[in-house]
Design a protein around this ligand. Structure first.
Ligand SMILES: [Cu+2]
Length: 145
């Protein structure tokens, strides 16, 4: 009984509460800027290429493109992208991408101006299939302010 409770607590810690699918972090290639060219990321059964713009400027619409490969690529149910800054609340900038077939997903977004004049953003990409959700965080820089 006690062992069962411990196992339950451990699973809550590892996979989160309730029915939310577990999130698997992906390894993003070093030194990439998703607004300067495609950035790759590798996960358990999925690899993706992610690209923004170009160009990416505040208050100006830009394209988002993700191309998925690997065993999970054909089972993707939803792709969402959050745009955020490290250590700064930039509001909720969340976008859902549309399936274009053959593992390709696209969308468009617009970012606010940073009141601190920073240009270093990051895109938190969540790729969800039935059993699991992959997450990759891609750094990028906007042009101008
Ligand atoms: Cu900011």
């Amino acid at each position: 009984m006690r062992a069962g409770l411990a196992a339950w607590l451990l699973s809550m810690l590892l996979f989160g509460c309730g029915t939310e699918a577990r999130v698997l972090p992906m390894m993003v290639e070093a030194g990439c800027d998703a607004a300067a060219g495609p950035c790759g990321a590798e996960g358990e059964a999925l690899s993706i290429r992610f690209r923004l713009g170009a160009p990416v400027r505040p208050l100006s619409r830009f394209d988002i493109e993700l191309v998925a490969e690997g065993p999970s690529a054909g089972r993707i149910a939803q792709v969402e992208v959050w745009f955020e800054m490290a250590d700064m609340d930039m509001g909720l900038n969340r976008y859902r991408l549309d399936a274009r077939g053959k593992g390709r997903w696209t969308g468009a977004a617009m970012l606010p101006v940073c009141t601190s004049g920073r240009s270093d953003w990051r895109a938190r990409v969540r790729v969800a299939e039935a059993q699991r959700t992959y997450e990759a965080v891609f750094p990028f820089r906007v042009k101008g302010r």
